[in-house]
Ligand binder design. Structure first.
Ligand code: HQG
Length: 179
């Protein structure tokens, strides 16, 4: 497997479907690396710890974190599996955050605001170029400007994942405008 294939495989099992390889995650999202390697081997994927460390270190978005003892790994954010209820660090957000989406979702977002969908949180970016990259994944991109500090002042909780991505439960439409 290429680095990208391994990264996608790790995202799949550490965010969404650990049971696909018989892997157990704790509520903070951590998996034992030996168990991950054994689970991958059962589904005919050959991984070793050096390769995993290399993929973690070279991930452009710092998608994965290693525990300080180096024996466990987790996805920094993006989970949908019910095995995980990650207690992200709660933080005061900057004045504005950005959400990249596709133009075809706009009408629904104007009606419902931003909702988490399958994932546990809505994902927000600190800057416009990052939001643009996120939006491009689903088609013609649109950037939404989120009035984050005003939301926070009204009691909405914001969290920041290990890799800097901002998370919140939902964003009502009144806090959104086209950037
Ligand atoms: C949209 C990637 C209709 C939302 C990225 C998004 C990110 C609505 C899609 C991370 C809606 C969900 C997360 C509403 C939200 N009506 N559509 N009311 N509310 N949406 O992939 O934020 O490469 O679950 O705009 O870089 O796109 O995987 O979330 O388009 O950091 O590491 O519903 O995933 O990182 O899509 O991306 P996603 P996202 P990785």
């Amino acid at each position: 497997m290429s680095r990208e294939e391994i990264s996608k495989f790790l995202s799949f099992v550490l965010r969404h479907e650990p049971q696909a390889i018989g892997l157990q995650l704790d509520s903070e999202g951590w998996a034992d690396i030996d168990a991950l390697i054994a689970g991958a081997a059962r589904s005919d994927r050959s991984l070793d710890i050096e390769t995993i460390q290399d993929v973690v270190a070279s991930s452009d978005k710092k998608r994965f974190s290693l525990s300080t003892d180096g024996r466990r790994i987790r996805a920094a954010q993006g989970h949908s599996t019910a095995q995980v209820q990650l207690q992200h660090v709660q933080k005061q957000p900057p004045e504005r955050l950005y959400h990249g989406t596709a133009s075809r979702f706009l009408e629904s977002i104007e009606n419902q605001g931003l909702v988490a969908g399958a994932r546990h949180h809505v994902h927000l970016s600190q800057d416009v170029p990052t939001a643009l990259q996120v939006g491009q994944r689903y088609g013609s991109p649109v950037i939404l400007d989120v009035d984050a500090l005003r939301m926070h002042a009204q009691g909405f909780e914001f969290f920041q994942a290990d890799n800097g991505v901002w998370l919140t439960q939902a964003v009502p439409a009144e806090f959104l405008k086209r950037a």
